[in-house]
Design a protein around this ligand. Structure first.
Ligand SMILES: [Zn+2]
Length: 335
């Protein structure tokens, strides 16, 4: 259980937006505290201007936040917690671009690197409980690429490979599997298993039939440069596959009650609209998107949520995308 101290109170899983406190305020015995209206108002005023206490340099940097896709000023959206070390969450500003529906969190690269050192899904000890679901998703993604490229699929670069499930499944199928992984511990671990792993995308040499970002693209601070680099690394008939969490519609829906927890730990959060813009600006072409994934290995609760999202999406004739995830397949735009 993670507790935070703010404004002289201890919070349990709190989120702050627009003067509202979400989560529980607790005392030292973890009992909920009933606050007077006056105290609630005082905290509410603090949350509306959480950056007022920041240094002027930091505030200027935040206020000047620009959309990395449109280069327009982004609008202040709120503040969301982010895990900066093993026991500490810190609030960071979240910004929204109306032009392309991109949400961005004002975290720096060193904060993101520290985050990856401690976040649970990057810990090898936690791998067994994720294995069946991740393996199923990896099988499905390789099936998709095999279906699109046939015998032309021989080499794959998995960017942000994490614990390496896609690498393992691809290797068993006989593909040449390379990876990019920022986290030193995981990169070394996968290197010892025989995979070629770079720390950064700009260090990669060679070209590939397919490049994948499975729930990893939203951690890259410079989306256009990242995608343009992928274009250079793709064979002329190769494909780029991105799996993203589809959550911007939830953030845009019912703005009075929105919670920023749904952004998870993403640096940028994309919708289909923002991804299409990012791909086009990078010289790539979105060929198709899919919203149904394989879910048989998920827990019943997760599976129900996914199937519910698929059903709503299908009922709307794909006009509204309620599915929890989207898979986008792009090609080089010059082909
Ligand atoms: Zn934008």
């Amino acid at each position: 259980m993670i507790l935070q101290e703010r404004w002289g109170y201890r919070f349990q899983s709190a989120n702050y937006f627009g003067g509202e406190i979400r989560g529980q305020i607790v005392d030292n015995d973890l009992k909920r505290i009933r606050l007077s209206l006056k105290t609630k108002m005082r905290i509410a005023v603090s949350t509306i201007h959480p950056l007022k206490s920041a240094s002027s340099d930091e505030r200027d940097r935040h206020w000047a936040f620009r959309c990395p896709l449109c280069n327009d000023d982004m609008e202040w959206f709120g503040v969301a917690d982010y895990q900066v070390d093993l026991t500490r969450l810190e609030p960071f500003a979240v910004w929204h671009c109306r032009g392309c529906d991109l949400f961005s969190r004002s975290v720096t690269a060193d904060v993101v690197a520290r985050h990856f050192d401690v976040v649970t899904y990057m810990q090898p000890d936690n791998e067994p409980r994720m294995r069946s679901e991740r393996t199923e998703r990896s099988e499905w993604i390789l099936d998709l690429m095999q279906d699109r490229l046939g015998s032309k699929l021989r080499s794959v670069l998995d960017v942000g490979c994490g614990l390496g499930h896609l690498l393992q499944v691809g290797k068993l199928r006989g593909y040449a599997m390379d990876a990019v992984e920022l986290n030193d511990g995981l990169a070394t671990r996968l290197g010892s298993l025989g995979f070629r792993v770079w720390r950064r995308l700009d260090e990669v040499s060679g070209t590939y039939d397919a490049i994948t970002f499975v729930d990893s693209f939203y951690y890259f601070p410079n989306p256009i440069e990242t995608l343009a680099r992928c274009k250079d690394l793709l064979h002329s008939n190769g494909l780029l596959l991105l799996r993203i969490t589809n959550r911007n519609w939830l953030a845009n829906w019912n703005t009075r009650r929105r919670t920023l927890e749904l952004f998870g730990d993403a640096t940028h959060s994309y919708s289909l609209m923002s991804m299409t813009k990012a791909l086009t600006k990078s010289g790539l072409r979105l060929n198709e998107f899919l919203y149904r994934e394989r879910v048989s290995q998920m827990s019943l609760r997760r599976k129900s949520l996914y199937v519910f999202g698929y059903s709503l999406t299908a009922l709307s004739g794909k006009r509204w995308l309620f599915a929890p995830g989207l898979v986008l397949i792009a090609h080089r735009g010059d082909e």
